[in-house]
Write a protein that binds this ligand. Sequence first.
Ligand code: PLP
Length: 397
Amino acid sequence: MTHEDIMKQDQDYVLHTYNRYDVALVRGKGAYVYDTNGKEYLDFLAGISVCNFGHCNPTINQAVKEQLDTLVHTSNLYYTENQGELARRISEISFPGKTFFGNSGTEANEAALKLCRYRGNKIHKDKYVILSLKGSFHGRSTGSLALTGQAKHQEGFEPLLPGIYHVEANNIKDLEDHFNQNVAGIFLEPIQGESGIHPLTKDFARRTRELCDQYDALLIMDEIQTGLGRTGKYFGYEHYPIVPDGFTLAKSLANGIPIGAFHIDNKFKDDLPPGKHASTFGGNPLAMRAGIEVMKILTDGLLDQINDTSQALFGILEQLKAEYSFITEVRGFGLMIALELSISGIDVLKKCHEEGLLCNAIGEHIIRFLPPLTLTQKETQLFSEKMNRVFSHFKGV
Ligand SMILES: Cc1ncc(COP(=O)(O)O)c(C=O)c1O
């Protein structure tokens, strides 16, 4: 199909909940994707941190193909081998616990929210309050939308799930003011992604842990964007002097096959008992098999490569900042990087597309990069050349 045919069919039949860029992608390989005209793009967004192990990764795809011919779906009424193996591998790189599988990030957060509420209700009838942070993003289902601390996403859907309150990020006084014995849990992104890559401070994370312990509330880390190597460690929380009670994963866990996971410390393993939560597709053998392959790649020395690539990319971006005064800040962890600009982010993004580079603009002045974690030195060098060309268009602006 041509670019125009694809666009027209989409506009005629797909519910218009997205404003898409004028790019139609048909194929991907490693760090590259290709449009209808065969134009190559270096993918520094990776499907918003989903295809982190490269598009059509041959090892993962081979395993998925084998699984397709073996068993795709049964039901959670029966045991299957892959679910336990992936859950075990998640425990091995975090802390001993139990994992519930769903199909997306929003579902992972729903499961966590339900466990916090169910446990809270058992302790006493008013222990249902859930806290999260202003500026956070936790998903779009009604529960996870209520957690999401951004009015622009919530407007028009009121009344939202009651009993959820938003604390100002990194404001310890505001955090303390919201905490009491009625708090059942708090959701934190270690580094807020959708709002433009804003990390928590260590003091704020530490105080949250103390307050959770004091008031018997659960600390849940939303690692949907930050987890699985994205920040240079297995989990974003490892940059902080705390361990959460649970965390949620999705996005890259199956490198593009829909998946979500909620992992909870063994101490709380009985707080969402049989019959209280379920998912038809969650934990199906196909997604689990992809997840197992992802975990093998991740734990086979990839963190060292991620940190080397991160150092090289920060070097390139700091050099650009020294050259172009409209770049006001380079920030991030590992391969979760943002540029703060004094010029229009959308204009920069358009030039990136012209130059064959995918990334995204957040708000008016932030450009976000989430490249594949498997990026090579050659691809890093190519990024440098493309960004130099992009920014040279804005010289003198
Ligand atoms: C931190 C975080 N939480 C939750 C979600 C929601 O995940 P999904 O879109 O898979 O439901 C996202 C998606 O961008 C996210 O970045």
